[in-house]
Design a protein around this ligand. Structure first.
Ligand code: NAI
Ligand code: MG
Length: 502
């Protein structure tokens, strides 16, 4: 037997968390907890220990139909859209307040379900979810249409205007990397726009979405406005995508499943918003202060163990500073060393699942086989949890899978460049186009690169700031549409022209 070092042993759960884990697996329909009509359940694993800690419902088609019917009725009878917009805004604020009041509990659930450090969940995940609800709540009272005159009729002969109406019933399918933030990013704009919804969290991380459902009922939302079902994507998720009573799909996840969802939503011609994968470049120009920038480049890829769609997983450093940047990143190895999620000192946790652990290690091996060299990490501690050490690969070539494909782990490929045009080309040499960062004091170079890079977000001297007020989404195979800000709310609406002969 291998002796596992104490630092890799998960800590005990609080009584509050244990109570949540003892709950019977159920789904949330019409503000009530309901049994599945079937007996199928899925295991919930703590990635820090690899142990099963509870089970959740594996929703079947009857369960999905019941949830969609609840949302459909709640939309059609006007119990949500018929409220004054200010009442909807206030209810969303109430929900934000309740989430904030449960920060510690939700942060612990996130940590034991996803594997991320509890300190990070408390400082980043839960506050970001609260912010998303607070920012978006205000849009409920600010959505508006416009008055446009026809151009083909005599002046004054017609009165015409454009109404902006809610899209209807939204099916929201979210991933496991930031479970509650993803819930907030989808649910908040849907509610502000006046939609009702069925939410399906990722099968790996459903706990905070289930606890969130309690808070929805407590906030006083009318029954059926928010419904939560758990289960596998290819079953429950797929049924939502194809359901004739669902009008809009909001999805975040892999590019592969995003493409499949887009195809599967075609028969019912739903509105679809897709936030997909990325392989985001981090470009460091020669004029920077290397000691300041290197920790930023490390954070760009090692934050959340690289399980973030905008992970800065392709590093391009100017030839004159390349070695020093790598030294600076190597100095952060201890800071980003993985620990069990309930270790209060941890900055990085376990990867979400055995599947992801094997996938990430498989990429590292594939990189080595193809000729890449390990400049840092590359290994995994001996432990029960799914820990992978932060890793830097060098001597890589553009055709290697580690350079082309999304790894979704703490792995960065580092390359040298000589001039701006060359690095812009390299940065754009990807099927993805989600994020990018440029690090320099040269503002002209910054703006030139910002315009050249094909990505939904370009950061300057920072990476990963995703703000509720700013549109977020991808170029190319990183997605369709934009979330957040006005655009995100409008993606849950549709337009109606009203043309009246006077
Ligand atoms: P996934 O794309 O399969 O899962 C995301 C969500 O989609 C989950 O809720 C899942 O249940 C649902 N889903 C899966 N198949 C579906 C279907 N046929 N119809 C409807 N819904 C479906 O991601 P997975 O398998 O967990 O991770 C694989 C890779 O995807 C990762 O290694 C990473 O590269 C990428 N990924 C990217 C994310 C991002 O934020 N861009 C988030 C999660 C994963
Ligand atoms: Mg999958």
């Amino acid at each position: 037997m291998n002796k596992i070092a104490d630092i890799y042993q998960q800590k005990p759960y609080s009584d509050t968390a244990q109570r949540m884990l003892l709950r019977k697996p159920q789904i949330f329909i019409n503000n009530e907890w309901a049994d599945s009509t079937g007996d199928d359940t899925l295991a919930v694993i703590d990635p820090s220990s690899g142990r099963e800690i509870t089970r959740i419902v594996e929703a079947n088609s009857e369960d999905v139909n019941r949830a969609v019917a609840a949302a459909r009725t709640a939309f059609d009878d006007g119990r949500w859209t018929g409220l004054p917009a200010i009442a909807r805004e206030q209810m969303i604020h109430k929900l934000a307040d309740l989430i904030e009041a449960h920060t510690d509990e939700l942060a612990e659930l996130e940590a034991i379900d996803n594997g991320k450090p509890i300190g990070m969940a408390r400082a980043v995940d839960i506050p970001a979810a609260v912010n998303m609800f607070r920012y978006t709540a205000g849009w409920a009272t600010k959505i508006s249409g416009e008055t446009i005159e026809p151009m083909s009729t005599p002046g004054g002969a017609f009165h015409s205007y454009v109404r902006r109406e809610p899209a209807g019933v939204a099916g929201l399918i979210v991933p496991w990397n930031f479970p509650l933030i993803m819930v907030a990013n989808k649910v908040a704009p849907a509610l502000a726009a006046g939609c009702t919804l069925v939410l399906k969290p990722a099968e790996q991380t459903s706990l905070t979405a289930l606890r969130f459902a309690d808070l929805v009922a407590e906030a006083g939302f009318p029954p059926g406005v928010v419904n939560v079902i758990t289960g596998n994507g290819h079953l429950a998720g797929d049924l939502l995508v194809k359901h004739p009573d669902v009008d809009k799909i909001g999805f975040t996840g892999s590019t592969e499943i995003g493409k499949l969802i887009n195809r599967n939503a075609t028969d019912t011609l739903k509105y679809v918003t897709l936030e997909l994968g990325g392989k985001s470049p981090v470009i460091i120009l020669p004029d920077v202060d290397v000691s300041e920038v290197s920790p930023g480049a490390a954070q760009a890829v090692f934050f959340n163990s690289g399980q973030i769609c905008v992970a800065g997983s392709r590093l391009y450093a100017h030839r004159s500073i390349f070695d020093r940047v790598l030294e600076g990143i190597a100095e952060t190895a201890d800071f980003w060393a993985p620990r069990p999620s309930l270790d209060p000192e941890g900055h990085a946790g376990a990867l979400v699942s055995k599947e992801q652990y094997e996938r990430v290690r498989g990429y590292i091996e594939a990189g080595k086989k193809a000729g890449a060299a390990i400049a840092m990490g590359g290994d995994a501690p001996s432990a029960d949890g799914y820990f992978v050490n932060p890793t830097v690969l060098v001597d890589v070539k553009p055709e290697m899978s580690v350079v082309r494909e999304e790894i979704f782990g703490p792995v960065v490929v580092a390359q040298r460049f000589d001039d701006l045009d060359e690095v812009a080309k390299q940065a754009n040499n990807s099927v993805y186009g989600l994020g990018a960062s440029v690090w320099t004091k040269d503002l002209t170079a910054m703006h030139k690169l910002a315009a050249k890079i094909k990505a939904g977000t370009v950061w300057g001297n920072s990476h990963s700031l995703i703000d509720p007020a700013l549109p977020f989404g991808g170029y190319k195979e990183s997605g369709i549409g934009r979330e957040q800000g006005r655009y995100g709310v409008e993606s849950f609406t549709q337009l109606k022209s009203v043309i009246i002969k006077l």
